[in-house]
Design a protein. Structure first.
Length: 559
Protein backbone atom coordinates (compact mmCIF):
# COMPACT_ATOMS: atom_id res chain seq x y z
CA UNK A 1 0.00 0.00 0.00
CA UNK A 2 2.83 2.41 0.80
CA UNK A 3 4.34 1.72 -2.62
CA UNK A 4 1.06 2.44 -4.41
CA UNK A 5 0.75 5.64 -2.39
CA UNK A 6 4.18 6.78 -3.57
CA UNK A 7 5.84 6.36 -0.16
CA UNK A 8 9.37 4.97 0.10
CA UNK A 9 9.75 1.93 2.35
CA UNK A 10 12.25 -0.82 3.09
CA UNK A 11 11.95 -4.09 1.16
CA UNK A 12 13.32 -7.48 2.30
CA UNK A 13 15.93 -5.98 4.63
CA UNK A 14 17.12 -3.40 2.08
CA UNK A 15 17.02 0.27 2.95
CA UNK A 16 14.37 2.44 1.34
CA UNK A 17 16.72 4.88 -0.41
CA UNK A 18 20.46 4.92 -1.04
CA UNK A 19 22.52 7.37 -3.07
CA UNK A 20 26.31 7.54 -3.25
CA UNK A 21 29.08 9.46 -4.96
CA UNK A 22 31.69 7.82 -7.19
CA UNK A 23 34.33 5.55 -5.70
CA UNK A 24 37.88 6.64 -6.44
CA UNK A 25 41.06 5.24 -4.95
CA UNK A 26 44.76 6.00 -5.25
CA UNK A 27 46.45 3.32 -3.18
CA UNK A 28 50.16 2.60 -3.35
CA UNK A 29 51.94 -0.32 -1.71
CA UNK A 30 55.53 -1.43 -1.10
CA UNK A 31 56.44 -5.01 -0.20
CA UNK A 32 60.03 -5.83 0.67
CA UNK A 33 62.07 -8.37 2.59
CA UNK A 34 65.61 -9.64 3.08
CA UNK A 35 66.84 -13.03 4.26
CA UNK A 36 69.97 -14.91 5.20
CA UNK A 37 70.33 -18.70 5.09
CA UNK A 38 73.17 -21.16 5.50
CA UNK A 39 73.57 -24.92 5.38
CA UNK A 40 76.26 -26.53 7.56
CA UNK A 41 77.35 -30.15 7.47
CA UNK A 42 78.46 -31.07 11.01
CA UNK A 43 79.68 -34.52 9.97
CA UNK A 44 78.82 -37.17 7.42
CA UNK A 45 75.60 -38.04 9.28
CA UNK A 46 74.32 -34.64 10.45
CA UNK A 47 73.49 -31.47 8.51
CA UNK A 48 71.85 -28.33 9.88
CA UNK A 49 70.16 -25.38 8.23
CA UNK A 50 69.50 -22.01 9.80
CA UNK A 51 68.31 -18.67 8.53
CA UNK A 52 66.76 -15.32 9.33
CA UNK A 53 64.22 -13.35 7.35
CA UNK A 54 63.09 -9.76 7.89
CA UNK A 55 59.87 -8.43 6.41
CA UNK A 56 58.39 -5.08 7.44
CA UNK A 57 54.62 -4.81 7.21
CA UNK A 58 54.06 -1.45 5.53
CA UNK A 59 50.52 -0.06 5.24
CA UNK A 60 48.95 0.90 1.97
CA UNK A 61 49.32 4.60 1.21
CA UNK A 62 46.31 6.49 -0.11
CA UNK A 63 48.04 9.42 -1.80
CA UNK A 64 44.88 11.56 -1.74
CA UNK A 65 44.43 11.10 2.00
CA UNK A 66 41.24 9.02 1.98
CA UNK A 67 41.75 7.53 5.45
CA UNK A 68 39.75 7.56 8.67
CA UNK A 69 40.02 6.27 12.22
CA UNK A 70 37.49 5.47 14.93
CA UNK A 71 38.28 5.81 18.64
CA UNK A 72 35.86 4.67 21.28
CA UNK A 73 37.44 7.00 23.84
CA UNK A 74 36.77 9.97 21.58
CA UNK A 75 33.15 8.95 21.17
CA UNK A 76 32.66 8.65 24.92
CA UNK A 77 34.34 12.03 25.53
CA UNK A 78 32.40 13.72 22.72
CA UNK A 79 35.59 14.90 20.98
CA UNK A 80 35.15 15.83 17.30
CA UNK A 81 37.63 15.93 14.43
CA UNK A 82 39.56 19.15 13.83
CA UNK A 83 39.69 18.34 10.10
CA UNK A 84 35.96 17.68 9.65
CA UNK A 85 34.13 19.15 12.65
CA UNK A 86 30.75 17.87 11.42
CA UNK A 87 31.90 14.26 11.68
CA UNK A 88 30.43 12.32 14.62
CA UNK A 89 32.48 12.28 17.79
CA UNK A 90 35.09 9.53 17.72
CA UNK A 91 35.65 9.64 13.94
CA UNK A 92 39.00 11.16 12.96
CA UNK A 93 41.14 11.78 9.89
CA UNK A 94 44.80 12.41 9.00
CA UNK A 95 45.75 15.76 10.49
CA UNK A 96 43.88 15.07 13.70
CA UNK A 97 46.16 14.49 16.72
CA UNK A 98 47.47 10.93 16.85
CA UNK A 99 45.98 9.75 13.53
CA UNK A 100 48.58 8.01 11.32
CA UNK A 101 48.85 9.27 7.76
CA UNK A 102 47.92 5.82 6.44
CA UNK A 103 45.38 4.87 9.09
CA UNK A 104 47.71 2.46 10.91
CA UNK A 105 51.37 2.42 11.87
CA UNK A 106 53.77 0.05 10.14
CA UNK A 107 54.95 -3.15 11.82
CA UNK A 108 58.76 -3.07 11.77
CA UNK A 109 59.76 -5.86 14.18
CA UNK A 110 59.06 -8.86 11.98
CA UNK A 111 62.24 -10.91 12.36
CA UNK A 112 61.63 -14.53 11.40
CA UNK A 113 64.30 -17.05 12.41
CA UNK A 114 64.11 -20.67 11.33
CA UNK A 115 66.30 -23.76 11.78
CA UNK A 116 66.29 -27.39 10.71
CA UNK A 117 68.37 -30.55 10.75
CA UNK A 118 68.72 -33.88 8.95
CA UNK A 119 70.31 -36.87 10.71
CA UNK A 120 71.27 -40.24 9.27
CA UNK A 121 70.28 -42.29 12.32
CA UNK A 122 72.30 -45.45 11.72
CA UNK A 123 74.84 -44.25 9.20
CA UNK A 124 73.61 -46.63 6.50
CA UNK A 125 71.77 -44.00 4.45
CA UNK A 126 68.43 -45.77 4.88
CA UNK A 127 66.92 -44.12 7.98
CA UNK A 128 66.75 -40.37 8.48
CA UNK A 129 65.40 -38.11 11.20
CA UNK A 130 64.47 -34.59 10.11
CA UNK A 131 63.08 -31.66 12.03
CA UNK A 132 62.67 -27.94 11.91
CA UNK A 133 60.99 -24.90 13.40
CA UNK A 134 60.46 -21.34 12.31
CA UNK A 135 58.49 -18.13 12.55
CA UNK A 136 56.57 -16.82 9.56
CA UNK A 137 54.70 -13.53 9.04
CA UNK A 138 51.89 -12.48 6.74
CA UNK A 139 53.19 -8.97 6.11
CA UNK A 140 50.96 -8.15 3.15
CA UNK A 141 48.50 -5.85 4.88
CA UNK A 142 45.01 -6.45 3.42
CA UNK A 143 44.12 -3.68 1.01
CA UNK A 144 40.38 -4.18 1.33
CA UNK A 145 40.09 -1.85 4.32
CA UNK A 146 41.56 0.91 2.14
CA UNK A 147 38.84 0.11 -0.38
CA UNK A 148 36.32 0.71 2.39
CA UNK A 149 37.97 4.01 3.37
CA UNK A 150 37.25 5.50 -0.04
CA UNK A 151 33.59 4.41 0.22
CA UNK A 152 32.80 6.52 3.24
CA UNK A 153 31.89 10.10 4.02
CA UNK A 154 33.36 12.62 3.30
CA UNK A 155 35.39 10.99 0.49
CA UNK A 156 32.46 9.23 -1.15
CA UNK A 157 29.33 10.39 0.67
CA UNK A 158 26.42 8.00 0.91
CA UNK A 159 22.90 9.05 1.74
CA UNK A 160 20.89 6.23 3.32
CA UNK A 161 17.25 6.55 4.29
CA UNK A 162 15.78 3.73 6.36
CA UNK A 163 12.36 3.07 7.82
CA UNK A 164 14.14 1.89 10.97
CA UNK A 165 15.05 5.50 11.72
CA UNK A 166 13.03 7.05 14.54
CA UNK A 167 9.63 8.26 13.31
CA UNK A 168 9.51 11.95 12.51
CA UNK A 169 13.29 12.41 12.39
CA UNK A 170 15.81 13.08 9.63
CA UNK A 171 16.98 9.94 7.84
CA UNK A 172 13.48 8.51 7.59
CA UNK A 173 12.38 8.17 3.92
CA UNK A 174 9.83 10.49 2.40
CA UNK A 175 7.93 10.01 -0.86
CA UNK A 176 9.06 9.15 -4.37
CA UNK A 177 8.74 12.81 -5.39
CA UNK A 178 10.46 14.08 -2.23
CA UNK A 179 12.68 11.31 -0.75
CA UNK A 180 14.61 13.76 1.48
CA UNK A 181 11.42 15.10 3.04
CA UNK A 182 12.36 18.72 2.35
CA UNK A 183 8.98 19.97 1.08
CA UNK A 184 6.12 21.07 3.27
CA UNK A 185 3.38 18.48 3.44
CA UNK A 186 5.62 15.45 2.81
CA UNK A 187 5.88 14.49 6.47
CA UNK A 188 2.11 14.26 6.80
CA UNK A 189 1.98 11.71 3.95
CA UNK A 190 4.49 9.36 5.58
CA UNK A 191 3.38 6.99 8.38
CA UNK A 192 5.11 8.26 11.51
CA UNK A 193 6.33 11.39 9.74
CA UNK A 194 9.79 12.43 8.60
CA UNK A 195 12.13 15.43 8.85
CA UNK A 196 14.34 17.08 6.19
CA UNK A 197 17.56 15.14 5.51
CA UNK A 198 20.76 16.87 4.41
CA UNK A 199 21.45 16.79 0.68
CA UNK A 200 25.06 15.67 0.24
CA UNK A 201 25.28 16.22 -3.50
CA UNK A 202 27.07 17.35 -5.54
CA UNK A 203 30.07 16.11 -3.53
CA UNK A 204 33.35 17.95 -4.33
CA UNK A 205 36.80 16.44 -3.86
CA UNK A 206 38.83 17.17 -1.87
CA UNK A 207 35.91 17.61 0.50
CA UNK A 208 35.64 20.91 2.39
CA UNK A 209 36.12 20.88 6.14
CA UNK A 210 32.45 21.81 6.42
CA UNK A 211 31.36 18.56 4.71
CA UNK A 212 28.03 17.19 5.90
CA UNK A 213 27.86 13.73 7.48
CA UNK A 214 24.55 11.92 6.98
CA UNK A 215 22.83 9.64 9.46
CA UNK A 216 23.34 5.85 9.31
CA UNK A 217 27.02 6.53 8.76
CA UNK A 218 29.35 3.67 7.81
CA UNK A 219 32.64 3.87 9.73
CA UNK A 220 35.62 1.51 9.29
CA UNK A 221 38.94 1.61 11.09
CA UNK A 222 42.12 -0.14 12.07
CA UNK A 223 42.63 -0.67 15.79
CA UNK A 224 43.93 2.75 16.96
CA UNK A 225 45.53 1.24 20.08
CA UNK A 226 48.17 -0.74 18.18
CA UNK A 227 50.45 -0.61 15.21
CA UNK A 228 49.62 -3.21 12.58
CA UNK A 229 50.35 -6.61 14.08
CA UNK A 230 51.35 -8.94 11.28
CA UNK A 231 49.63 -12.34 11.56
CA UNK A 232 52.32 -14.67 12.90
CA UNK A 233 52.70 -18.42 12.45
CA UNK A 234 55.03 -20.57 14.55
CA UNK A 235 55.70 -23.86 12.72
CA UNK A 236 57.50 -26.98 13.90
CA UNK A 237 57.84 -30.55 12.62
CA UNK A 238 59.68 -33.81 13.25
CA UNK A 239 59.79 -36.67 10.74
CA UNK A 240 61.41 -40.08 10.42
CA UNK A 241 61.92 -41.81 7.05
CA UNK A 242 62.95 -45.39 6.29
CA UNK A 243 63.90 -46.92 2.97
CA UNK A 244 62.62 -50.51 2.61
CA UNK A 245 63.27 -53.19 0.00
CA UNK A 246 61.44 -53.15 -3.35
CA UNK A 247 61.94 -49.36 -3.76
CA UNK A 248 59.54 -48.57 -0.90
CA UNK A 249 59.89 -45.48 1.31
CA UNK A 250 57.92 -45.03 4.56
CA UNK A 251 57.56 -41.74 6.41
CA UNK A 252 55.93 -40.64 9.69
CA UNK A 253 55.82 -37.02 10.83
CA UNK A 254 54.40 -34.78 13.50
CA UNK A 255 53.54 -31.30 12.22
CA UNK A 256 52.30 -28.50 14.45
CA UNK A 257 51.75 -24.76 14.38
CA UNK A 258 50.43 -21.86 16.42
CA UNK A 259 48.98 -18.70 14.90
CA UNK A 260 48.75 -15.30 16.60
CA UNK A 261 47.39 -11.88 15.63
CA UNK A 262 44.94 -13.36 13.14
CA UNK A 263 42.35 -10.90 11.85
CA UNK A 264 38.73 -10.53 12.85
CA UNK A 265 36.13 -7.77 12.71
CA UNK A 266 34.62 -6.03 15.73
CA UNK A 267 31.15 -4.51 15.39
CA UNK A 268 30.80 -1.71 17.94
CA UNK A 269 27.21 -0.67 17.26
CA UNK A 270 25.44 -3.54 19.02
CA UNK A 271 22.22 -3.29 20.96
CA UNK A 272 22.05 -4.18 24.66
CA UNK A 273 21.76 -7.88 25.42
CA UNK A 274 18.28 -8.65 26.67
CA UNK A 275 17.35 -4.98 26.46
CA UNK A 276 18.94 -4.12 29.80
CA UNK A 277 22.65 -4.87 29.99
CA UNK A 278 24.67 -1.63 29.57
CA UNK A 279 26.60 -1.59 26.31
CA UNK A 280 28.27 0.98 24.08
CA UNK A 281 24.97 2.20 22.63
CA UNK A 282 23.79 3.23 26.09
CA UNK A 283 26.28 6.08 25.84
CA UNK A 284 24.42 7.80 23.06
CA UNK A 285 20.82 6.62 22.99
CA UNK A 286 19.37 3.76 21.01
CA UNK A 287 22.39 3.20 18.74
CA UNK A 288 25.67 4.94 18.11
CA UNK A 289 25.16 5.72 14.43
CA UNK A 290 21.59 5.13 13.28
CA UNK A 291 20.67 1.53 12.56
CA UNK A 292 22.83 -1.34 13.81
CA UNK A 293 24.11 -2.43 10.41
CA UNK A 294 25.76 0.92 9.73
CA UNK A 295 27.74 1.36 12.92
CA UNK A 296 31.53 1.48 13.28
CA UNK A 297 33.49 -1.69 12.57
CA UNK A 298 37.13 -2.18 13.42
CA UNK A 299 39.81 -4.53 12.19
CA UNK A 300 41.42 -6.30 15.14
CA UNK A 301 44.21 -8.87 15.26
CA UNK A 302 43.40 -10.84 18.39
CA UNK A 303 42.56 -14.33 17.10
CA UNK A 304 44.76 -17.36 17.85
CA UNK A 305 44.95 -20.83 16.29
CA UNK A 306 46.59 -24.20 16.95
CA UNK A 307 47.22 -27.12 14.60
CA UNK A 308 48.57 -30.59 15.38
CA UNK A 309 48.78 -33.55 13.01
CA UNK A 310 50.16 -37.02 12.47
CA UNK A 311 51.15 -37.45 8.82
CA UNK A 312 51.95 -40.88 7.38
CA UNK A 313 53.08 -41.62 3.85
CA UNK A 314 54.23 -44.61 1.83
CA UNK A 315 55.83 -44.44 -1.59
CA UNK A 316 56.70 -47.20 -4.01
CA UNK A 317 58.98 -45.73 -6.60
CA UNK A 318 58.71 -46.82 -10.21
CA UNK A 319 59.71 -50.47 -10.63
CA UNK A 320 58.18 -53.23 -12.71
CA UNK A 321 56.02 -50.55 -14.31
CA UNK A 322 54.27 -49.54 -11.06
CA UNK A 323 54.52 -46.50 -8.78
CA UNK A 324 52.23 -45.73 -5.81
CA UNK A 325 52.12 -42.81 -3.39
CA UNK A 326 49.79 -42.80 -0.38
CA UNK A 327 49.31 -40.16 2.35
CA UNK A 328 47.18 -40.18 5.48
CA UNK A 329 46.71 -37.23 7.87
CA UNK A 330 45.09 -37.25 11.29
CA UNK A 331 44.82 -33.65 12.41
CA UNK A 332 43.04 -31.08 14.51
CA UNK A 333 42.92 -27.33 13.85
CA UNK A 334 41.40 -25.10 16.53
CA UNK A 335 40.93 -21.33 16.58
CA UNK A 336 38.76 -18.65 18.15
CA UNK A 337 37.80 -16.97 14.89
CA UNK A 338 34.05 -16.22 14.89
CA UNK A 339 31.60 -17.70 12.46
CA UNK A 340 30.55 -15.69 9.37
CA UNK A 341 29.42 -12.13 10.02
CA UNK A 342 25.98 -10.59 9.84
CA UNK A 343 27.06 -6.94 9.66
CA UNK A 344 28.86 -4.74 7.18
CA UNK A 345 32.53 -5.22 8.04
CA UNK A 346 36.02 -4.17 7.08
CA UNK A 347 36.83 -7.13 4.89
CA UNK A 348 36.68 -10.22 7.09
CA UNK A 349 33.22 -11.81 7.22
CA UNK A 350 33.80 -12.85 10.82
CA UNK A 351 31.80 -11.15 13.55
CA UNK A 352 31.14 -12.87 16.86
CA UNK A 353 27.60 -13.49 18.07
CA UNK A 354 28.68 -11.99 21.40
CA UNK A 355 29.29 -8.23 21.71
CA UNK A 356 32.85 -7.05 21.20
CA UNK A 357 33.32 -6.20 24.91
CA UNK A 358 32.01 -9.53 26.24
CA UNK A 359 34.84 -11.20 28.24
CA UNK A 360 33.54 -14.64 27.14
CA UNK A 361 33.70 -13.84 23.43
CA UNK A 362 36.93 -15.69 22.62
CA UNK A 363 35.94 -18.72 24.69
CA UNK A 364 32.55 -18.79 22.96
CA UNK A 365 34.18 -18.73 19.51
CA UNK A 366 36.87 -21.33 20.23
CA UNK A 367 36.51 -24.63 18.40
CA UNK A 368 37.52 -26.57 15.27
CA UNK A 369 38.51 -24.36 12.35
CA UNK A 370 36.12 -24.10 9.42
CA UNK A 371 38.57 -26.09 7.27
CA UNK A 372 39.24 -28.82 9.86
CA UNK A 373 39.03 -32.38 8.49
CA UNK A 374 40.00 -34.90 11.17
CA UNK A 375 40.93 -37.67 8.73
CA UNK A 376 42.19 -37.33 5.16
CA UNK A 377 43.62 -39.97 2.84
CA UNK A 378 45.01 -39.44 -0.67
CA UNK A 379 46.68 -42.04 -2.90
CA UNK A 380 47.89 -41.88 -6.48
CA UNK A 381 49.23 -44.57 -8.76
CA UNK A 382 50.57 -45.18 -12.26
CA UNK A 383 50.71 -48.68 -13.73
CA UNK A 384 52.40 -49.25 -17.06
CA UNK A 385 50.82 -52.43 -18.38
CA UNK A 386 53.03 -55.00 -20.14
CA UNK A 387 54.13 -54.01 -23.64
CA UNK A 388 53.63 -57.53 -25.08
CA UNK A 389 56.95 -57.27 -26.89
CA UNK A 390 56.83 -60.95 -27.86
CA UNK A 391 53.41 -60.68 -29.51
CA UNK A 392 52.81 -59.92 -33.17
CA UNK A 393 52.62 -56.31 -34.31
CA UNK A 394 48.83 -56.02 -34.38
CA UNK A 395 48.36 -57.46 -30.89
CA UNK A 396 51.24 -55.39 -29.53
CA UNK A 397 49.83 -52.16 -30.96
CA UNK A 398 46.26 -52.87 -29.83
CA UNK A 399 46.76 -54.38 -26.38
CA UNK A 400 50.30 -53.55 -25.28
CA UNK A 401 51.76 -50.40 -23.75
CA UNK A 402 48.66 -49.07 -22.00
CA UNK A 403 49.09 -46.90 -18.90
CA UNK A 404 46.56 -46.82 -16.06
CA UNK A 405 46.62 -44.06 -13.45
CA UNK A 406 44.39 -42.56 -10.80
CA UNK A 407 43.92 -40.55 -7.64
CA UNK A 408 41.85 -41.75 -4.66
CA UNK A 409 40.86 -39.27 -1.95
CA UNK A 410 38.68 -39.58 1.15
CA UNK A 411 38.10 -37.26 4.08
CA UNK A 412 35.74 -36.70 6.98
CA UNK A 413 33.39 -33.72 6.94
CA UNK A 414 34.09 -30.16 7.96
CA UNK A 415 32.52 -28.51 11.01
CA UNK A 416 29.84 -25.84 11.01
CA UNK A 417 27.59 -23.94 13.40
CA UNK A 418 23.79 -24.03 13.49
CA UNK A 419 22.49 -20.48 13.84
CA UNK A 420 18.97 -19.68 14.98
CA UNK A 421 18.30 -17.03 12.32
CA UNK A 422 16.55 -14.78 14.86
CA UNK A 423 17.75 -11.90 17.03
CA UNK A 424 16.75 -13.27 20.43
CA UNK A 425 19.98 -12.03 22.02
CA UNK A 426 18.93 -8.51 21.09
CA UNK A 427 22.38 -7.50 19.81
CA UNK A 428 21.33 -7.12 16.17
CA UNK A 429 24.55 -8.82 15.03
CA UNK A 430 22.67 -11.67 13.35
CA UNK A 431 24.81 -14.60 14.53
CA UNK A 432 22.74 -16.05 17.41
CA UNK A 433 23.29 -19.81 17.68
CA UNK A 434 20.56 -22.38 18.18
CA UNK A 435 20.09 -24.58 21.24
CA UNK A 436 20.85 -28.29 20.85
CA UNK A 437 18.41 -30.45 22.85
CA UNK A 438 18.94 -33.91 21.31
CA UNK A 439 20.94 -35.94 18.82
CA UNK A 440 21.76 -33.52 16.00
CA UNK A 441 21.73 -35.89 13.03
CA UNK A 442 18.57 -36.89 11.21
CA UNK A 443 16.92 -40.33 11.42
CA UNK A 444 19.55 -42.79 10.21
CA UNK A 445 21.67 -39.78 9.37
CA UNK A 446 23.37 -41.38 6.41
CA UNK A 447 26.12 -43.22 8.29
CA UNK A 448 27.68 -43.21 11.71
CA UNK A 449 31.02 -42.22 10.20
CA UNK A 450 29.42 -39.36 8.25
CA UNK A 451 30.48 -40.82 4.88
CA UNK A 452 27.57 -41.97 2.76
CA UNK A 453 26.59 -43.30 -0.63
CA UNK A 454 22.86 -42.70 -0.26
CA UNK A 455 20.64 -39.66 -0.44
CA UNK A 456 21.19 -37.58 2.64
CA UNK A 457 18.42 -35.00 2.80
CA UNK A 458 17.81 -35.67 6.50
CA UNK A 459 21.30 -34.84 7.71
CA UNK A 460 20.04 -32.76 10.64
CA UNK A 461 17.06 -33.53 12.86
CA UNK A 462 14.99 -30.36 13.25
CA UNK A 463 13.39 -31.66 16.45
CA UNK A 464 16.80 -31.60 18.14
CA UNK A 465 17.20 -27.85 17.73
CA UNK A 466 15.35 -24.85 19.06
CA UNK A 467 15.84 -21.10 18.93
CA UNK A 468 17.98 -19.55 21.64
CA UNK A 469 16.16 -17.93 24.54
CA UNK A 470 15.72 -14.19 24.94
CA UNK A 471 18.95 -12.54 26.02
CA UNK A 472 21.06 -15.63 25.27
CA UNK A 473 23.36 -16.68 22.44
CA UNK A 474 22.56 -20.41 22.10
CA UNK A 475 24.36 -23.43 23.53
CA UNK A 476 25.83 -25.06 20.41
CA UNK A 477 29.61 -25.08 20.58
CA UNK A 478 31.65 -24.09 17.58
CA UNK A 479 32.30 -27.05 15.29
CA UNK A 480 30.44 -29.65 17.35
CA UNK A 481 28.40 -30.67 14.29
CA UNK A 482 29.96 -31.77 11.01
CA UNK A 483 28.95 -32.22 7.40
CA UNK A 484 29.20 -35.55 5.54
CA UNK A 485 32.60 -36.75 4.43
CA UNK A 486 33.61 -37.40 0.84
CA UNK A 487 35.17 -40.14 -1.29
CA UNK A 488 36.38 -39.66 -4.87
CA UNK A 489 38.25 -41.91 -7.30
CA UNK A 490 39.58 -40.34 -10.49
CA UNK A 491 40.94 -42.66 -13.18
CA UNK A 492 42.82 -42.30 -16.43
CA UNK A 493 43.81 -44.69 -19.23
CA UNK A 494 46.24 -43.75 -21.99
CA UNK A 495 48.31 -45.26 -24.79
CA UNK A 496 50.80 -43.98 -27.35
CA UNK A 497 50.63 -45.35 -30.90
CA UNK A 498 53.82 -44.96 -32.92
CA UNK A 499 53.47 -44.88 -36.71
CA UNK A 500 56.94 -43.64 -37.60
CA UNK A 501 59.78 -42.01 -35.69
CA UNK A 502 58.14 -38.62 -36.34
CA UNK A 503 54.44 -39.42 -36.08
CA UNK A 504 52.79 -40.57 -32.84
CA UNK A 505 49.21 -40.60 -31.63
CA UNK A 506 48.19 -40.52 -27.97
CA UNK A 507 44.76 -41.69 -26.81
CA UNK A 508 43.47 -40.72 -23.35
CA UNK A 509 40.31 -41.67 -21.47
CA UNK A 510 39.78 -39.86 -18.16
CA UNK A 511 37.00 -40.24 -15.61
CA UNK A 512 36.54 -37.95 -12.63
CA UNK A 513 34.56 -39.43 -9.74
CA UNK A 514 34.62 -42.63 -11.76
CA UNK A 515 32.20 -44.53 -9.49
CA UNK A 516 29.74 -41.62 -9.45
CA UNK A 517 29.85 -41.27 -5.68
CA UNK A 518 27.42 -38.63 -4.34
CA UNK A 519 29.57 -36.33 -2.20
CA UNK A 520 27.18 -34.03 -0.39
CA UNK A 521 28.06 -30.54 0.84
CA UNK A 522 31.73 -30.35 -0.13
CA UNK A 523 33.99 -27.48 0.93
CA UNK A 524 32.56 -25.18 -1.75
CA UNK A 525 28.92 -25.70 -0.74
CA UNK A 526 26.88 -22.80 0.60
CA UNK A 527 25.54 -23.22 4.15
CA UNK A 528 23.40 -20.06 4.29
CA UNK A 529 20.02 -21.77 4.66
CA UNK A 530 21.22 -25.27 5.54
CA UNK A 531 22.63 -24.11 8.89
CA UNK A 532 19.85 -21.61 9.73
CA UNK A 533 17.14 -23.00 12.00
CA UNK A 534 14.61 -20.39 10.87
CA UNK A 535 14.87 -21.68 7.26
CA UNK A 536 12.28 -24.37 7.94
CA UNK A 537 12.14 -25.61 4.33
CA UNK A 538 15.91 -25.90 3.97
CA UNK A 539 17.36 -26.43 7.43
CA UNK A 540 19.41 -29.62 7.63
CA UNK A 541 18.29 -30.74 4.17
CA UNK A 542 21.21 -31.46 1.89
CA UNK A 543 20.41 -30.18 -1.59
CA UNK A 544 23.95 -29.73 -2.92
CA UNK A 545 26.56 -32.21 -4.06
CA UNK A 546 29.95 -32.12 -5.71
CA UNK A 547 30.43 -33.02 -9.37
CA UNK A 548 29.01 -36.36 -10.57
CA UNK A 549 31.00 -38.70 -12.78
CA UNK A 550 32.54 -36.84 -15.69
CA UNK A 551 34.30 -38.66 -18.53
CA UNK A 552 36.35 -37.27 -21.38
CA UNK A 553 38.15 -38.78 -24.35
CA UNK A 554 41.07 -37.15 -26.14
CA UNK A 555 43.40 -37.76 -29.08
CA UNK A 556 46.72 -35.94 -29.38
CA UNK A 557 48.91 -36.08 -32.47
CA UNK A 558 52.70 -35.66 -32.10
CA UNK A 559 54.86 -34.92 -35.12
Amino acid sequence: NNFLAGILCDYTSNVAFRQGAGEFKNNRGLFSGVYFQDNYKVNRRLAVTFGLRYEPALPWREIKGRVEQFRLSGLMAGVHSTQFPNAPAGVYFPGDPGVPENGVEASLKNFAPRAGFALDLFGDGKTSLRGGAGIFYDTRIPGIINNRFVDVTPFSPQLILSSATTAGSAGRPGTFSDPLCTQSGTSSKVPGGCAPAANLFPAPFPPPSSATFALNLLVVSWDPAHSYQAPTLYNWNLAIERQLPSSILMRAAYVGSHGSHLKETLAFNVSPVGGGTPRLNAIAGTNVFGTTNNGPTQDAQDVNSNYHSLQLSAEKRMSHGLTILGNYTWSKSIDDLPNGGGVADVGADTVSARPWDDPLRHTFDRGPSDFDHTHRFVASYVWQLPGLSRSNGVVRQALGGWELGGVVSAQTGRPFIVVSGVNNSGTGIGQDRANLIGGPYGPGACAADKITTVSCVDWLNQASFQANGTGTFGNIGKGTIRLPGSFTWDMGLSKNFSFTERWKLQFRAEFFNAFNRANFMDDSASLTNFQKLSSTNNFGAIQQAAEPRIGQLALKLFF
